[in-house]
Design a protein around this ligand. Structure first.
Ligand SMILES: [Zn+2]
Length: 251
């Protein structure tokens, strides 16, 4: 089973959270999930045309880069698929990649980001090769194999062995708050119930992480729910905004 952890608030994000155990274990790492800190400055809605507020959106990204201390942020329009892209160095600023649901890098100074509001932000660290990845995983992404895809990319591009990976599943919707139809269970390859049933999306993802070969003690799951907890945006809770999950290697 995956370890459940209670994340602590990092100093750089008053309403965000970070994996407290990783702060000590990986001092070279920047990792976290922002919170409801600035609902007037949504992270990606304006970026992709849902709102005509690009100046506000760009300022939110700029603030994130400066608060975390990594000059280059990478993001992409997310499509609930399994495509994950690798990134090298580049100039400071926000780089919007071709649509995909995950990113990987071994380049210090590059901040990989996904936006989430109930979907799972999954963080992958390879301390041996010092490479990282992040994934946006809703049920469709989990079913499509976005985690397996990210582990495969880390292996192919950076030589990461899956048994060296350390994985954290961040704030997302909990089973109590997530009732879904039988088609979702079918999509995930799980026994389909007769009608609407509660699903623990992070448990389903965690099972796949372990099946891929990650060591059980190296998988942790946030105790936070985006819907029934406080501090995060929730799509099912009616929020249009999203928080950002981020990971990067400090210079
Ligand atoms: Zn909940």
């Amino acid at each position: 089973m995956a370890n459940s952890i209670a994340e602590e608030s990092p100093t750089e994000h008053p309403d965000g959270v970070t994996h407290s155990g990783w702060v000590e274990r990986f001092p070279w790492l920047a990792q976290g999930t922002t919170g409801r800190g600035a609902p007037d400055q949504p992270f990606d809605l304006a970026l992709f045309g849902a709102r005509a507020r690009s100046a506000d959106a760009m300022s939110a990204w700029s603030r994130l880069r400066s608060q975390v201390g990594l000059p280059r942020a990478v993001h992409a329009h997310q499509v609930h698929g399994a495509v994950v892209r690798a990134h090298g160095d580049g100039p400071p600023g926000l780089f919007v990649a071709e649509p995909c649901d995950g990113h990987a890098t071994r380049s210090p100074g590059v901040l990989l980001t996904v936006t989430v509001a109930d979907c799972v932000p999954a963080f992958l660290v390879d301390p041996v090769q010092r490479a990282v990845a992040i994934v946006h995983a809703g049920w469709r992404g989990v079913a499509a194999g976005v985690f397996e895809s990210s582990a495969g990319l880390l292996r192919d591009r950076f030589g990461s062995r899956v048994e060296d990976l350390v994985v954290h599943l961040g704030p997302a919707i909990c089973a109590d708050c997530y009732e879904v139809g039988p088609e979702v269970f079918e999509g995930l390859g799980l026994p389909a119930p007769a009608g609407p049933t509660h699903l623990d999306l992070r448990a389903a993802l965690s099972d796949r992480v372990l099946a891929a070969g990650v060591t059980p003690g190296d998988v942790s799951v946030s105790s936070r729910c985006t819907r029934c907890g406080t501090g995060h945006f929730s799509h099912r809770g009616g929020d249009a905004e999203r928080q950002v999950g981020y990971i990067g290697i400090r210079r």
